[in-house]
Design a protein around this ligand. Structure first.
Ligand code: GDP
Ligand code: CA
Length: 325
């Protein structure tokens, strides 16, 4: 079975870890291609930081800080203290020592002319992803950066997504969320093929605007999802009318979409075949696409997450056998 998943950071990575856990109980060979969001990427201290790719890599490779869901376990901040002593900001985005090594290696390889795909493959080897049957692809090798337009008194100001998210906690309303460069970006090598030739395409419960939304904005990706013969099945990141963690509601508000499982499904309506919602969210729709199933959707631990992934694959299997018009 070849599974292709689009993923952001924490929500995506946790789901994928559960999926791999479940796949260990399923006979046969499985391949998982993860198309990762790169629009959150930022350059800090001259280093290229790819938070979502790294969160997936560390989570699947066993190096993640469990409590936070991002960054490295057993982290130290000696270098960050030195940056602070030099007055070298930003003080709202701290990079740990172990994490810094990833960004140094990435930046050096990019400087040698490797593409982000090639660099990501190299970094993934260290974390054992190929051995797990996982191929992690950036959505694009081109530079795409999400910026957020906010009001600053009477003026409008655009800030990098990370500044809005991490420094401002998305508490300042976003007027617009823009993925700069996305319309001229090309999908990274293998992305369209992975969607087109998959047996199942999964949308983990990642942020529908700044994770899944930016991946869908890369020219060709949406068409590939509409065109694939694989059923596309998604898991709602909205549970009980609110994001489980993070500020996805602030992102949805910026694009004028209600914070509900049904409204998020509406963003994917042109290609979504199946949709898992939480039992607390009223099922929407009848027999038409997407087919909606309700089950508990809190990824409380790996076993609970594996059960969610199993149900997503189960729904995909049903839809592949008897497609719904
Ligand atoms: P980020 O890049 O680190 O923000 O991570 P993602 O975009 O991959 O995922 C963020 C989304 O994951 C948020 O909108 C959360 O609502 C969702 N999420 C986090 N934990 C859970 C969970 O336990 N269950 C579900 N259904 N969604 C979750
Ligand atoms: Ca992210």
């Amino acid at each position: 079975m070849h599974i292709t998943a689009l993923a952001g950071g924490v929500g995506g990575a946790r789901f994928l870890r559960g999926l791999l856990h479940h796949l260990r109980t399923v006979p046969g060979e499985h391949e998982l291609t993860v198309v990762g969001n790169t629009a959150d990427d930022i350059t800090l201290h001259g280093l290229r930081v790819c938070p979502d790719l790294d969160t997936v890599m560390y989570t699947l490779g066993g190096g993640i800080h469990e409590g936070q869901g991002w960054g490295r376990a057993d982290e130290h901040f000696t270098v960050a203290e030195e940056f602070a002593a030099y007055g070298e900001g930003p003080d709202w985005f701290t990079l740990g020592d172990r994490d810094l090594a990833t960004h140094v290696v990435r930046t050096r390889l990019l400087g040698q002319g490797l593409t982000l795909s090639q660099v990501t493959a190299r970094l993934s080897e260290r974390w054992g992803l190929p051995g797990l049957g996982v191929r992690l692809l950036p959505m694009t090798d081109d530079r795409v950066e999400t910026h957020v337009e906010i009001s600053d008194g009477d003026a409008l100001r655009a800030v990098h997504f990370q500044e809005w998210w991490v420094r401002l906690h998305a508490a300042v309303p976003a007027r617009r969320i823009l993925a700069l460069g996305v319309e001229n970006a090309s999908p990274a090598p293998g992305v369209l093929e992975a969607i087109g030739t998959a047996d199942v395409v999964l949308l983990p419960p990642s942020n529908p605007v700044v994770s899944i939304g930016t991946i869908l904005g890369v020219p060709g990706v949406r068409d590939a999802l509409r065109g694939t013969r694989a059923p596309v099945v998604g898991v709602s990141p909205i549970v009980g009318g609110a994001p489980v963690r993070g500020m996805a509601d602030a992102c949805l508000q910026a694009i004028g979409v209600e914070t509900s499982a049904a409204a998020v499904a509406g963003l994917y309506a042109d290609f979504l075949a199946g949709w898992l919602v939480d039992t607390g969210d009223a099922p929407v729709g009848g027999d038409s696409r997407p087919v909606v199933r309700a089950r508990p959707l809190l990824m409380t631990d790996v076993d609970a997450t594996a059960a969610i992934a199993a149900d997503a694959l189960g729904l995909a299997g049903e839809l592949a056998a008897a497609p719904v018009a």
